[in-house]
Design a protein. Structure first.
Length: 342
């Protein structure tokens, strides 16, 4: 049985890996309606020469970034659902069938995400990814044993294997076009929840991701630029005021971290990019808030207060945990009272 899904893979630098991932999508127990590959170019290999039969390769336009490549493919896709898969994340044979089954359980479901496993398939890379009050997000259950169990509602799932209803994706404006790469999965899940849709994590649907957290300066720029954009776009004005002390303290803490680790220039560039893009940010924010159906109290209730990840395991982070939990509880109390009074 064919699933009414358009699977989308963006290839950059390694068409051999992207072709292997595309092949796993073609060989699904419930194969997609189509597999689209966008070739963003890069080395090694000649773009467009290694795609398996059955793949629809979209014309390359240079490296437009992951986000714009996904949006362009989505605009040409024919499926009711869009499945975005990282080029280095081959899918288990039943991945699509399990995602599709979880997605079709309720018409209010807009996004479903797979469990992303590290090479070997026994340890977790990501899946249900915690989102902190400050917009920071990390790989959920990183390096823990793989999880088994039924699908469940969450705030955010990993973009390494994320499926979204095509009509909802279009109504939301797709991935925020200025993101280029990184944090796009957090943002689109958050916006879907704000608009009243459900997001589900499906542990039994799996992909294996050849993952390494590369801390290059360019990555930090996009992570910080896009985190700030997401927070400023998605929170309501009152919530931003309540969180302002924490958000400002976080900026100073991240700057200190950047100074000590050699990427302060990229952190400053991220601030500059947000300031220069302020008119576009305000336009995007108006669009996001116009689609709002869910109060911030429901979103904050799903957010993490503590930063519980081995990638940010430092004494200062652990020591701040109780204070952050108390802050979140206070903010949530105010937001809930405000929601009840409306």
């Amino acid at each position: 049985m064919t699933a009414d899904v358009s699977a989308i893979v963006v290839s950059y630098a390694d068409p051999i890996a992207a072709a292997a991932t595309a092949r796993t999508l073609l060989e699904q127990s419930a194969p997609p309606l189509e597999v689209l590959v966008v070739d963003n170019g890069g080395e090694p290999g000649e773009p467009g020469t290694a795609w398996p039969p059955g793949v629809r390769a979209l014309p390359p336009a240079g490296n437009v970034g992951y986000v714009l490549a996904c949006n362009r493919a989505a605009a040409q896709a024919r499926g009711r659902w869009l499945l975005f898969v990282n080029p280095d994340a081959p899918a288990d044979r039943d991945c699509l069938a399990r995602l599709h089954a979880a997605a079709e359980e309720d018409p209010d479901v807009a996004i479903v995400g797979a469990q992303v496993l590290l090479p070997g398939g026994e340890r977790v890379n990501a899946g249900e990814n915690p989102v902190h009050l400050t917009g920071l997000c990390w790989s959920g259950r990183f390096e823990q044993p793989r999880e088994n169990g039924p699908a469940r509602d969450v705030l955010a799932v990993s973009g390494a294997a994320l499926m979204v209803r095509a009509d909802v994706f279009a109504a939301l404006g797709g991935f925020e076009p200025g993101y280029f790469m990184y944090h796009d999965d957090v943002d689109v899940c958050w916006r879907a929840r704000l608009a009243g849709w459900r997001v589900r994590f499906v542990p039994e649907a799996t992909v294996v991701h050849d993952y390494a957290f590369e801390k290059g300066a360019g990555k930090w720029f996009w992570l910080e630029r896009n985190r700030a954009w997401t927070v400023l776009s998605n929170y309501g004005a009152g919530t931003l005021l309540l969180l302002a002390p924490l958000l400002l303290a976080t900026e100073l803490a991240v700057l200190a971290l950047a100074l000590s680790n050699g990427w302060a220039r990229e952190k400053l560039r991220a601030w500059g990019a947000v300031l220069r893009g302020l008119p576009a940010l305000l336009r995007w924010r108006r669009r996001v808030q116009a689609l709002r159906r869910t109060p911030d109290a429901e979103i904050v209730a799903l957010m993490a207060a503590r930063m519980d990840t081995p990638l940010l395991d430092a004494p200062a982070v652990r020591a701040a945990g109780p204070l952050l939990a108390a802050y979140r509880a206070a903010v949530l109390s105010v937001l809930r009272r405000a929601a009840r009074s409306r």
